[in-house]
Design a protein around this ligand. Structure first.
Ligand SMILES: N[C@@H](CCC(=O)N[C@@H](CS)C(=O)NCC(=O)O)C(=O)O
Length: 262
């Protein structure tokens, strides 16, 4: 397990300019790196992968969701749904800070900010949006429920396990077909790939047999072999691993019996 990563020092160092800075650049650097409110889950890791791939300096603020840190008022101010990930970019539009929650919205924001992995051409962008939303509304929620009923539910309910396992299998089939004729989900590597990667690399936890999906496996191998993606996936938090949601009753209660805040 890689050690907790607090700052992306390597990047910050590499980006230090040797010459006199322009006013805008100097002020950008004074404002500091992007802050990522993070836990090393499929949704959190999409964002560290994107930041690494874009070469953007960032700081990780761990939000220990097994201990209830997602309910702290400071976090709720930027992420009202009490879910990670969220970011604060001190250098947002117009040069002032902006916060963003929901991983899809964060990926789109970073894509627009950097011009990377999110094409400006509208036809190409529509394709990326389709597959990004396919993940947000399909693969993510279904794989999340598969994890829940297979690993965390106190009773093993065959109906629920089968329902989410077979739905994941169907979704994996869709990705596999899509990837049979192209290297990545869309025209070029994009935020749609980063979004799906977080979930698809956990196929075992969703009860899938990756050998059924050779194109998907090739895509997973290609992405995970990219040094920046591998760095993004290796980001963790010191306390991660100390709480096992399937056995820790307090963490389980915190995560799976949430009431409504009214
Ligand atoms: N649709 C959200 C889902 C985020 C989400 O479910 N995050 C989980 C970790 S993967 C979380 O923060 N759970 C805390 C909780 O349930 O209180 C996104 O994509 O950002």
């Amino acid at each position: 397990m890689p050690r907790a990563k607090k700052t992306n020092k390597r990047k910050s160092k590499a980006r230090k300019p040797a010459t006199k800075k322009s006013g805008a650049r100097a002020s950008r650097e004074r404002q500091g790196p992007i802050v990522v409110y993070f836990w090393p889950t499929p949704n959190g890791l999409k964002i560290t992968v994107m930041l690494e791939e874009c070469g953007l300096p960032y700081i990780v603020k761990p939000v220990n969701i097994g201990k209830g840190a997602q309910f702290e008022s400071q976090f709720l101010e930027i992420s009202p749904n009490n879910r990670i990930p969220a970011i604060v970019d001190p250098n947002g539009p117009g040069g002032s800070a902006i916060s963003v929650f929901e991983s899809g919205a964060i990926l789109q924001y970073l894509g627009r900010k950097t011009g990377k992995f999110y094409p400006a051409d509208e036809r190409k962008r529509v394709r990326v949006d389709e597959w990004l939303h396919w993940q947000m509304g399909g693969l993510g929620p279904m794989a999340g429920q598969a994890h829940h009923f297979r690993l965390y539910a106190p009773e093993k309910i065959p109906y629920a396990i089968n329902r989410y396992t077979i739905e994941c299998r169907r979704l994996y089939g869709i990705m596999n077909q899509r990837l049979a004729k192209r290297e990545f989900l869309c025209d070029a590597l994009s935020i749609a790939d980063f979004a799906c990667l977080g979930w698809a690399r956990r196929w075992e936890r969703q009860g899938q047999d990756i050998s059924e999906f050779p194109h998907l496996k090739r895509w997973l191998d290609t992405l995970q072999a990219r040094p920046a993606t591998a760095r993004g996936l290796a980001v963790t938090a010191e306390e991660y691993g100390k709480v096992d949601i399937s056995t820790d009753k307090d963490a389980w209660k915190l995560l799976f019996t949430q009431g409504a805040r009214t």
